[in-house]
Write a protein of this length. Structure first.
Ligand code: S3P
Ligand code: PEP
Length: 444
């Protein structure tokens, strides 16, 4: 799939002017990839407005179509129409292969989803997806009498499923590697044969994403009974509807970070305090580093301090996708930035702790790597003319592009990798830079 940025290296335009812009980022990946399976299971037609069109959502849409659901898309209008059909299309006795690239949500949510039907399914992705765990979800599904296996015995995709529906019952599930296992089973659970109870053992990473799942299930007409880490789902049906998808809060973080390091002001349109996305709380981290936050009905605005950011010691267990964003701007702070409790990000698109440490070293920054995080020292002069390695990780590319705004000659290798969640990232960044430069010259 293409991002429009096919060059192998992207030279980040320098911008010493404060970043001042109003930005509407594309639809949320997490909301789009939850709305899709719920809309498919619903009885009736659902129109998703402001949907994300990127690799991760395209793999999900393609999979639904291959499964036999009708899904119409209008990329220009950012709309998806899903013709809900319950579990009826899930009837593939001759076997069906689904390819989900490196989309964690697609791998995890679809494994539970196809288990609701009948027939044989195989879910596979790119090599990195074959290294990302899914064992806890398979164990839980087996506990609900699904015949499901990891083909290579690695605890990772490819996944083989001989589906005959999900029976009800109580299952225990580890939530330490990924919250997506819990979300995947929750999303499918109303269509199990009887009630399903999920008991999450130990700590749950990325818990706000499970809250998002519960909130969206409620919006689609299904109430989950939750007591602490125990979730009880009775049989039910999702309600088809017109549904507006919020802009992606994780994608917004790069523009907020740009305002934070430049003493600028960025307004993110379409997000608010009421957002379903835990990553909107990243602004609080930036506020603790000296930024000012203003909230409106339909926007969040962040202004960076003129005197520069302060250091911070922060636990990002609940919003670990924000680690590259924070790590990439950390050298500009006046004090150390210590990021804790994110061991699970070693299992994302790449080992993100190692990747951030390596790229910060490349820029001449002093960094200490921990098993579950990193500590970044302030750096007066970052090394110029560096090519950032991105490890096919969209967040590495987007985060370090923000560093590059203030370091001459920074290049981003394989910028097309942003297509996973944000194909238009670099063109949007360029228009934000141009806008900011214009404002800065007109003020002078
Ligand atoms: O449920 C979701 O939509 C997501 C959950 C998080 O993953 P983990 O639960 O694996 O940390 C997050 O990193 C990912 O980008 C999206
Ligand atoms: C970890 C991510 O994605 P996923 O797990 O959905 O592949 C991400 O978008 O940063």
């Amino acid at each position: 799939m293409s991002s429009g940025f096919e060059t192998t290296v992207y030279e980040v335009p320098m911008c010493l002017a404060p970043i001042v812009a109003s930005v509407r980022v594309p639809g949320s990946k997490s909301i789009t990839n939850r709305a899709l399976p719920m809309a498919a299971l619903a009885n009736g037609t659902t129109r998703l407005r402001g949907a994300l069109f990127s690799d991760d959502s395209r793999y999900f849409i393609q999979s639904l179509r291959r499964l036999g659901y009708q899904v119409d898309t209008d990329e220009e209008a950012k709309e998806v129409v899903v013709y809900g059909a319950g579990i009826n299309p899930l009837h593939h006795t001759h076997g069906l292969d689904l390819f989900i690239g490196n989309s964690g949500t697609s791998a995890r949510f679809l494994s539970a989803f196809v288990s609701l039907g009948e027939g044989r399914y195989r879910i596979d992705g790119v090599q990195r997806m074959r290294e990302r765990p899914i064992a806890a979800l398979l164990t839980a599904l087996r506990g609900l009498h699904v015949r499901i296996d990891d083909e290579l015995g690695t605890g990772c995709p490819p996944i083989l499923i001989e589906a005959n529906g999900i029976t009800g019952g109580t299952v225990e599930m580890s939530g330490k590697d990924s919250s997506q296992f819990v979300s995947g089973l929750l999303l499918a659970a109303p269509y199990a044969k009887t009630a399903v109870s999920i008991v999450v053992q130990g700590e749950l990473v990325s818990a706000p994403y499970v809250e998002m799942t519960l909130a969206m299930m409620r919006q689609f007409g299904v109430e989950v009974n939750q007591v602490g880490h125990v979730f009880h789902v009775s049989p039910g049906n999702y309600i088809a509807q017109d549904y507006a998808i919020e802009p992606d809060a994780s994608g917004a973080s790069y523009f907020l970070a740009a305002a934070a390091i430049s003493g600028g002001t960025v307004k993110i349109v379409g997000l608010s305090k009421q957002s379903l996305q835990g990553d909107t709380h990243f602004v609080q981290v930036l506020a603790n580093m000296g930024c000012r936050i203003d909230y409106g009905q339909d926007w969040i605005e962040l202004s960076g301090p003129k005197e520069g950011l302060t250091g911070i010691d922060v636990d990002l267990f609940d919003m670990s996708d924000m680690v590259p964003t924070l790590a990439a701007i950390a050298p500009f702070a006046h004090g150390k930035v210590r990021i804790r409790n994110v061991a699970n990000i070693r299992m994302k698109e790449t080992d993100r702790i190692r990747a951030c440490v390596t790229e910060l070293h490349r820029l001449g920054v002093t960094v200490v790597e921990f098993d579950d995080g990193l500590e970044i020292e302030p750096c007066e002069r970052l090394r110029e003319g560096v090519t950032i390695h991105t490890y096919d990780d969209h967040r590495m590319a987007m985060a370090f592009a923000i560093t590059g705004l203030r370091v001459p000659g920074t290049r981003i290798e394989n910028p097309g990798c942003t297509a996973k969640t944000y194909p238009e990232f670099f063109s949007q960044l360029e228009s934000v830079i141009n806008q900011s430069k214009k404002i800065s010259t007109s003020v002078k």
